[in-house]
Design a protein around this ligand. Structure first.
Ligand code: MN
Length: 238
């Protein structure tokens, strides 16, 4: 249904301008090649099984979070993109110019991109899960110790009122910083005040409420078992 509607809209747009121009210029056959439509975004598979993050994040939460919430961001993003005349396939370009876009794009592009990053920033839980490589060195230098970093990150994640995300970013000077954003905003939308997300934690209630109810602090504490520091480290390195 989505595709046929899109084809219909695309053909309709062509009839308005393309058909007239093409017939006037003798290029009727050019209509056979429809110009590329806007990008179509798809829900990526999780990089692990739904129960892989147990017991820290339970299977039901992951099934609903990925299969319902993330899926809805993708669906609604595609619906919003259909109404745009031009739309970049690379969402980071959208975030860099976010003031040009409406709230449907902002919320759903953010939702899709943030969750895709979040899934990849986790893996099966492990004890003594600590950062490595240059990221470890930089965390140490910036925050004094990994323990101090975790405490500061937790405080920021707890202080985010309502729905949002807590981030470790590499700012425009290459320095590490902890910030949080509202709703599905992310640090790529903040221009000079933002930076590249190295680590992100979803603190919407849908991310933890089934297992943790109101205990967001416990959810944050358990996140540290799950962080894929190899991936976070590779994001920091480039
Ligand atoms: Mn979420």
């Amino acid at each position: 249904m989505e595709n046929s509607r899109r084809d219909f809209l695309r053909k309709g747009a062509l009839m308005g301008v393309g058909a007239l121009a093409a017939s006037q210029m003798g290029f009727a056959s050019a209509l056979a090649e429809t110009p590329a439509a806007g990008p179509v975004f798809t829900l990526p598979d999780l990089p692990y099984a739904y129960d892989a993050l147990e017991p820290y994040i339970d299977m039901s939460t992951m099934q609903i979070h990925h299969g319902k919430h993330h899926a809805a961001y993708v669906k609604n993003l595609n619906a919003a993109v259909e109404k745009e005349r031009r739309f970049p396939a690379n969402l980071e370009e959208v975030f860099a110019n976010i003031s040009k876009y409406n709230d449907a794009i902002r919320n759903n592009a953010g939702g899709h991109w943030n969750h895709t990053l979040f899934w990849n920033l986790m893996r099966r839980g492990q004890a003594n899960n600590v950062p490595n490589s240059s990221l470890a060195t930089s965390i140490q230098a910036t925050f004094g110790s990994f323990e101090n970093f975790k405490e500061k990150f937790k405080n920021e994640a707890l202080a985010r009122f309502g729905s949002g995300w807590c981030w470790l970013i590499k700012d425009h000077k290459g320095e590490l910083k902890i910030i949080s954003t509202l709703n599905q905003d992310n640090p790529l939308m903040l221009g000079k005040k933002g930076g590249k997300p190295i680590l992100g934690l979803d603190v919407w209630e849908h991310a933890y409420y089934l297992k943790y109810q109101n205990k967001r602090a416990d959810y944050i504490d358990n996140f540290w078992y799950l962080v894929n520091w190899d991936y976070a480290g590779s994001r920091f390195a480039v």
